[in-house]
Design a protein around this ligand. Sequence first.
Ligand code: NAD
Ligand code: ZN
Ligand code: ZN
Length: 345
Amino acid sequence: MKAVQYRKVGANPEVVEIDTPTPGPGQVLLKVTAAGLCHSDIFVMSLPEEAYTYGLPLTLGHEGVGVIVDAGEAAKHSVSIGESVMVYGPWGCGRCRQCAEGYENYCTEAARLGIRPPGLGAPGAAAEYMIVDDPRHCVPIGDLDPVTAAPITDAGLTPYHAVKRSIDKLGANSTAVVLGVGGLGHVAIQLIKHLTSADVIALDTVPDHLDLARSVGADHALASNQDAVAAVKDLTHGLGADVVFDFVGITPTIALGAQMCKVRGDWDIVGVGDGVAQVGFFKVPYACRVSTSYWGTRTDLVELVELAQRGVLTVHTETYTLDQAPVAYQKLRDHQVRGRAVLVP
Ligand code: NAD
Ligand code: ZN
Ligand code: ZN
């Protein structure tokens, strides 16, 4: 089968022919119908040799949708052949305290047990077929379109989890800042508008992405630069935003987040970049909660699929074939993707 693989640290991903996998005991085989490309793939492929821990060759893709075509012993009775499913990506042990409480994305045993998410250690969705380690990771999508469903598994799930964690701060007359209107950010805006009564101020460096922000419901869309701090203060009676969601996580956006957050606000750092937040007295407003946030729970994903089925989300996508994956990744690196780039094998 065809697969998109990262094969050498520092090199571009390649489209290669590899053996079609066979599901082992407990595993499920999907014929992939869509695979979203995430900026985290770019992050992984930017790591130097000594920091790279994902194994080589790595079949990319952690946003997968496919049709169940086979299952190994012990999984056969829990899946329906022919069913269209999306893959819940943050695989955990299923047994530790975090997993037991439903927070498999924060599993404390996965690393020790060598359990890695597909596309981030285990073979991913950027291929004609993929293996899913357990039927519980297969979430039925009904008649959702695979192309717009694939980004829901991460570009949707990650902001949904982050917004839910800060929802108590987003009541009447509140303001949320969304830094970075890419795959995650453009879904985040829609979720904030749907789930809360907050005004959304979106910031990006690319004018086209600011247009996208407005089209999906941002109340204000501003160039992401130092002037934006005064603009956010003006729009919030001098107080700052109740919640700052940073979907970039680089030094310039961390600097903006620190200046835009309100007293008793939340500063949620979701982007995986080189930015480091300085937290301490006089570094952040009083009682400001600063936190990172990783992916989402399976419950979050099921809720989000229901929202998508009710037509609440408009996921903007650009589609590419597997052969075009290296080009799509280059566009993602250059901030030239509008919404999400999705591979259709
Ligand atoms: P993306 O490339 O689709 O979007 C990034 C957006 O940020 C683009 O619109 C880009 O124009 C914009 N941007 C770049 N520099 C900016 C700046 N200085 N100010 C404002 N905007 C700027 O990326 P994505 O796939 O949406 O991922 C966003 C970030 O979230 C990445 O760092 C990714 O690694 C991370 N991520 C984290 C999780 C998690 O679980 N925490 C999950 C998925 C992705
Ligand atoms: Zn991702
Ligand atoms: Zn666990």
